[in-house]
Design a protein around this ligand. Sequence first.
Ligand code: 0L1
Ligand code: MG
Length: 263
Amino acid sequence: MSTLNTDQIESLSEHLESAELHARAVHKITDDYLDMDFEDAYAIQWATRRRKESRGSRIVGLKMGLTSRAKMKQMGVEEPIYGFLADYFQEAEGAEIDTSKLIHPKVEAEIAFMTRAPLRGPGCHVGQVLAATEFVMPAVEIIDSRYENFRFDLPSVIADNASSSRFVTGGAIAGAREMDLRTVGVVLEKNGEPVEVGAGAAVLNHPASSIALLANMLAARGEELPAGSLILSGGITAAASVSAGDSVTLRAQGMGSVSLRFE
Ligand code: 0L1
Ligand code: MG
């Protein structure tokens, strides 16, 4: 049951999007809207998505967040969430990411899925996701909460588009059915040193179950994942903070590596 009216939803969406576009941290919105619930939070996120689209941005995909125990523990929350990926979030492999446009970026090691058939909940399961996947590839997500010190609760972070900011895909594409995505190992390196290591099973036991959960969450709004969706399935490890001068490489077993730099 939502608690916010349309004007409040639009104004909170504008407030958070302005924090994103001006790289300015704000306090969590539930400080002022104590009773805000998940429905309100996703309504704010979808309002931001509509605003970006009306200005000409294209939505290129979706992301799941807080899918691993490491991330939930790091953030002190207990449920996965989703956000959208706008075209300008995407950076090329090897890119130099401009930190002056970000507040306090962190990087995450993820597996990206590209779908070739629509996925629709409720009841979507791992088998349907694997059958509908064209390929998977490694991805580095750069998250950048608009909240001071990454301090938020679940409704606040959902409204903030799940901290989405930038992402880089790359390495080598692989068939989702030919690989055991549970045992795929990843090493996240910062300045040549491994800072986080993990395996795919850290994401809800199988990264494809994160995509199935997304289809089921979208079904609650009458939405589906269309064919040709790019989806980040969620951080396998905890996120690592980065700043100007850092270089980051993600090595994913059987899928090569993805590198980027921060300037
Ligand atoms: O992609 C993610 O797991 C981020 C979800 C939002 C929480 C955070 O900012 O870490
Ligand atoms: Mg992520």
